[in-house]
Ligand binder design. Structure first.
Ligand code: GDP
Ligand code: MG
Length: 714
């Protein structure tokens, strides 16, 4: 007779959430201590009458999770076994309302067990003091269970919680006796890796009735994946064949997860549970009234200065400038180590191998290629680190806010400013991290326009070319030349952005979200993780492409080899280069490039420059047959005097030539590393190809114009 058997209620919750206080309130002195055989942890029981029913109330030990590591947890679990001897009709889960997120972790697990549950959000007084506003109705609605605010110490809300639990129990018993079954266990997703395994396990476990009488099959499946010792023993004892299959499945998924995510099932299950809880809480359950208000107030104060009409842009310039300085100043140190390492590697390999093609391929093709990719890593790491800090702190949103009006006129976005600066908006940047920095742009059109125009900036690899030509043909005016180049770079980038945004990437600009998030201190761990993830992507994706391309460039400058009879006459590197595929290409291109004033030597250097702009000056050195030491000096780009005088003395060269070449170098195709990261960021080679062709045509048009007009003038 269901009416006369007492209702069994269990009090569960984290340690110190107020269970015993509630238990004492409910039971007064009518309580006694029970022990499970063989376990020292005590379990208190009491009897009371509520709503004309006999109620047996069990105070379970405090626990954070339903794992099987401690005796407390094992006792709590036994008291919560749906098919066990003391299976409660309903659990009253006492939570510390001030730490809902952590406390709900247990609640979710109880719901997964399929046990009826009432939440007592205890210590409500303290939560309120902390300025938290908890919407119990919303939480009840989201979880589909009663939620009652309580203050156990003063007994507030406890009667209501008890009444709800009794009601739930009675409903449950009525449903059971009319054959409607019990509560449906909570079913949350554990992600694409684990969900299919859980499903498969569940189906297998459902074949064993004895197991399913104790726990829901899905719960056993999840616990098995968590490698829960008690559940594994239980399954092994019930059905050894099943255990073998599940163990194999567990091993397989563990291996898979380890190789793909570096994590293991138990950790991922915990992550998804917390994910479920935090998304729950974000749906209007908790508002931190005071804290939020304070933070907003503090932010407003900061914003009075940081986005001030006059000081705001000044501070912004300062921040951008220091960001630039730090990226290239700090990044340069490890970059030097990486370069030194690859230099050492080149030399050691050179020393080991005999003169010949294999050596040349390994040293000039592969090691130098990989070295140039790896050389960027420190830069990219530093830049992402700083960007993450600016983003997480909330300052990035202010940067965008201040820059937006200016950049919007050109079809760009406030966030475009950072990628431009990084790429060389202040001379000496690099388009590779610049392209990667466009990730902060959320609108695809503005991101594309930014990414396609930032290669016009004066990157560090173009600088030696400008310095060489300025020193050779505009002596005394180097600074002005550099300033003009920087201005032309910005002007071109903005104009072309405007052009692109009103033609091929036409479309509404994203409305700028004016809401500025309150400032907050970024967490070190979050910043580090994101920095590393972004950098690793670069190494993996760009690296393979670049290795392939540097081999192609090496081959085109090496083959075909100089025939014996010609080598006997002239075996200089210039002669070999002239005879190679690249040399021939350079020669045949003279037809096209003559209007811009470029001869075949310049053409080869420019072709090589598509591989990497650093190559331009050293290839010019080779093509103009400098001595080995002079080429070495030019390659280190600290002494170009010999090349300077060679160019100045050459009758084919004059200041107009030089100006046309500078314009071309500034604007033409981005280097291959940039093209590779463009492909990575846009998801297709289409835009890399566009950039390669469009920029080169544009550069050519400008160079021709400069040369032709210049020749008329002088
Ligand atoms: P248990 O570990 O879950 O059994 O927690 P206890 O019942 O022993 O309570 C832990 C501490 O919290 C005790 O000092 C209680 O007096 C205090 N406490 C319990 N409920 C409340 C409450 O609603 N508000 C406040 N401020 N303190 C409480
Ligand atoms: Mg206690």
């Amino acid at each position: 007779m269901p009416h006369t058997t007492p209702i069994i209620l269990a009090l569960a919750g984290n340690p110190n959430s107020g269970k015993t206080t509630a238990f004492n309130f409910y039971t007064g002195s009518r309580q006694h201590v029970a022990n499970y055989p063989g376990i020292t942890v005590e379990r208190k029981e009491g009897f009371l009458r509520a709503h004309d029913r006999d109620v047996r109330l069990i105070d379970l030990p405090g626990t954070y999770a339903l794992t099987a590591y401690t005796e407390d947890e094992l006792v709590a679990r036994r008291g919560l076994t749906p098919g066990g001897p003391d299976a409660p009709d309903c659990v009253i889960n006492v939570l510390n309302a001030g730490a809902l997120e952590r406390n709900l972790y247990l609640s979710v697990q109880i719901l997964e067990l399929g046990l009826p549950l009432v939440l007592a959000l205890n210590m409500h007084d303290e939560a309120e003091k902390q300025g938290m506003i908890i919407n119990c109705g919303r939480l009840a609605e989201l979880l589909g269970i009663p939620v009652v605010p309580t203050v156990a110490r003063s007994g507030i809300g406890l009667d209501k919680a008890l009444a709800a639990a009794v009601q739930v129990s009675l409903d449950r018993r009525a449903a059971k006796s009319s054959g409607l079954g019990g509560a449906k266990p909570l079913d949350i997703s554990y992600g694409p890796d684990l969900d299919p395994v859980i499903q498969e396990f569940t189906a297998l476990i459902e074949g064993n009735e004895a197991l399913c009488a104790r726990y829901p099959a899905r719960w056993i499946a999840i616990k098995y994946l968590e490698n829960d010792s008690e559940i594994r023993d239980l399954v092994a004892a019930a059905d050894s064949a099943l255990d073998v299959r599940l163990a194999a499945g567990l091993e397989q998924v563990t291996r898979h997860l380890k190789s793909t995510t570096g994590s293991y099932p138990e950790a991922i299950i915990a992550d998804y549970r917390y994910g479920f809880i935090s998304s729950l809480l974000r749906q209007g359950v908790v508002t931190r009234q005071d804290e939020l208000r304070n933070r907003v107030a503090r932010s407003d104060q900061l914003d009075k200065v940081l986005t001030h009409r006059f000081f705001g842009p000044l501070i912004l310039l300062g921040v951008l400038y220091s960001m630039y300085k730090i990226t290239f100043g700090l990044g340069e140190i490890p970059m030097g180590w990486v370069e030194a390492f690859f230099g050492w590697l080149s030399e050691s390999v050179s020393g080991l191998l005999a003169e010949g093609l294999l050596k040349s391929l390994l040293v000039s093709g592969m090691i130098d290629g990989v070295g140039s990719v790896m050389g960027f890593v420190p830069l990219i790491l530093t830049m992402f680190l700083l960007i993450s800090v600016l983003e997480d702190s909330g300052y990035m949103a202010r940067v965008a806010y201040m820059m937006d009006r200016v950049l919007r006129a050109f079809g760009l976005h406030g966030y475009s400013v950072m990628p431009f600066i990084i790429s060389g908006g202040i001379a000496g940047g690099c388009a590779v991290p610049g392209v990667l920095a466009t990730r902060t742009l959320r609108s695809p059109r503005e991101k594309l326009a930014t990414l396609l125009t930032l290669p016009f900036m004066t990157c560090g690899a173009k600088l030696p070319v400008f310095l060489l030509l300025a020193a050779a043909f505009f002596p005394g005016n180097e600074t002005s030349v550099m300033l003009i180049i920087s201005l032309v770079a910005w002007g071109m980038a903005l104009m072309i952005a405007k052009l692109l945004r009103s033609t091929i990437i036409r479309g509404e600009s994203t409305p700028f979200v004016m809401e500025l998030p309150p400032y907050r201190l970024p967490t070190l761990f979050g910043v580090l993780i994101h920095t590393w993830e972004r950098t690793w992507q670069y190494i993996k994706k760009a690296g393979t492409v670049i290795l392939a391309i540097s081999i192609v460039i090496w081959a085109s400058m090496t083959f075909p080899e100089l025939p014996e009879e010609m080598a006997a006459k002239d075996d200089s590197s210039a002669a070999r280069l002239e005879y190679s595929f690249a040399g021939r290409l350079g020669k045949s291109l003279e037809l096209v490039t003559a209007p811009a004033g470029f001869d075949w030597r310049v053409n080869i250097a420019l072709l090589g420059g598509i591989g990497a702009k650093e190559v331009i000056v050293s290839t010019l050195g080779t093509a103009y047959s400098l001595s080995e030491e002079d080429i070495a000096a030019v390659e280190d780009s600290d002494d170009t005097t010999s090349l300077q005088s060679r160019l100045r003395g050459d009758p084919n060269w004059n200041p107009v030539n030089a100006a046309a070449l500078m314009a071309f170098v500034l604007l033409y195709a981005p280097c291959f590393v940039t093209l590779a990261v463009m492909r990575q960021e846009t998801g297709s080679w289409k835009w890399s190809a566009f950039s390669l062709i469009f920029n080169t045509l544009l550069a050519f048009a400008v160079a021709v114009a400069v040369y032709q007009v210049g020749m008329l003038v002088i």
